[in-house]
Ligand binder design. Sequence first.
Ligand code: HEC
Ligand code: HEC
Ligand code: HEC
Length: 386
Amino acid sequence: MLLAILCTMSLPVCAQTNASDAQLLSGPFSGQSSCSSSGCHGGAGEKRGTVISFNKLDYHTRSAATLTLARSAVIASVLKISDPSASARCTVCHAPFQAIATNTALVKALDPASGVGCENCHAPGEKWLLTHTRDDLTHADRVHAGMRDLENLYVRANTCVACHQNVSADLLQAGHPELIFELDGQSVTEPKHWREKPDWSGPKSWLVGQAVALRESAWQLTQEKSPTENAINRAEALLWLVKAACKKNITLFGYIAFERSAAVTVSFERAGSAERIQEGSDEFARAVAGVPWSAEATRNCLDVLAGTASDFRDTSLSRAAQARRAERLVLALDRLVAGLCDDAIAKRLDAPLNQLFKDAQSLPDFDPQQFAAHLEEFQKALASTP
Ligand code: HEC
Ligand code: HEC
Ligand code: HEC
């Protein structure tokens, strides 16, 4: 299984993949106290202040406490879980050290009740902790020592998606919020404790993130005997989106990415295609992470996606499936408009984009014809920009 291989390579936990595999959860972790002394990330000043600002601002610090809320008690009671704070079904994402703490020699350094912490994203610290402070070491040296290469968007997307895309159908039915992974937007929402490299691009991180989300959705379909219609629609919407994003960018992405994207051109309808899509989208994500992005690539994606109104008039597709496409599409348009980095254009597109967000907000009320009409208005406004 492709994903199992990926997990062993680079993921901290593999929430919806192989949660019971102790190997994936093993450290050795060092615990956040190892990062937070004042001479390191716990002091004052830019890099030194990481822990203070993380603890004050980052959503992940409250992920464990969420399991003690009334809302969690409701979800847990439907699932017949007596204590969500102690159940691996929840802690694997919300309090990942809980699962680790019991089988590590470093139990004391870890607070099992803590939320998602430094090492869940940056990789278990023991191997790289001692050397990563040396000034003569480059980022590549640190990565070689075992620190996860989060500067690589493919690696970064894999890290976040493990907790941010798939929850199983019974959790959803019990009232867990649906997860939608979108790397660019969620990286903007998460208070950044880092500076991106100058060649970083929001739209590129968006596309890498969507391709990785597609891989995970396809993987989920291979795992369940009879996947829910909802899970199928979610996966299909991502496939539709990623395919469309490639359309005008084939030469820009270069030969390698084009070769890879050919693997994404199958559809879920054929038997066995979920496996192929899983592999194809993984290769595609990896390839896009490696190619230089350009303003032209952003504009091409935006033009193609703004021109998809006819797909929403296709009455052979169910309304629920259309609603899932619209949900992904508006997030895409939002990130691509932001990625143009042009305030004047963003302002002109603001009203038609807000309208599309409104249309896509409620899945049960979604009206594909109305959405198509509003999408054409967005396209017209876009066409009138330089
Ligand atoms: C070990 C699991 C895990 C990993 C890895 C992880 N997250 Fe989260 N994240 C969570 C949980 C759980 C929450 C919900 C927090 C709460 O309980 O309120 C969350 C919440 C968030 C939120 C606020 C809610 C939202 O969706 O807008 C953002 C933003 C976010 N994460 C971004 C990221 C990004 C970006 C990455 C990768 C760099 C990442 N996360 C990696 C588990 C994880
Ligand atoms: C696959 C990872 C994953 C698993 C497993 C998981 N959660 Fe979550 N959970 C998240 C993420 C990510 C969010 C944040 C969603 C958002 O805001 O977009 C979240 C949000 C929540 C929220 C809403 C928090 C808020 O502030 O709105 C509750 C409550 C919750 N989870 C409880 C649970 C319980 C109880 C379990 C176990 C039965 C569980 N979760 C299992 C990842 C997970
Ligand atoms: C949700 C995932 C996540 C968590 C949790 C997290 N980080 Fe990060 N961190 C990132 C990402 C993504 C980057 C950007 C990529 C990079 O620079 O390597 C980053 C970058 C950094 C950097 C490099 C800053 C720069 O601009 O060079 C430091 C230092 C850092 N993190 C420290 C910490 C510490 C200390 C903690 C715990 C208090 C922590 N991180 C928790 C995801 C995370």
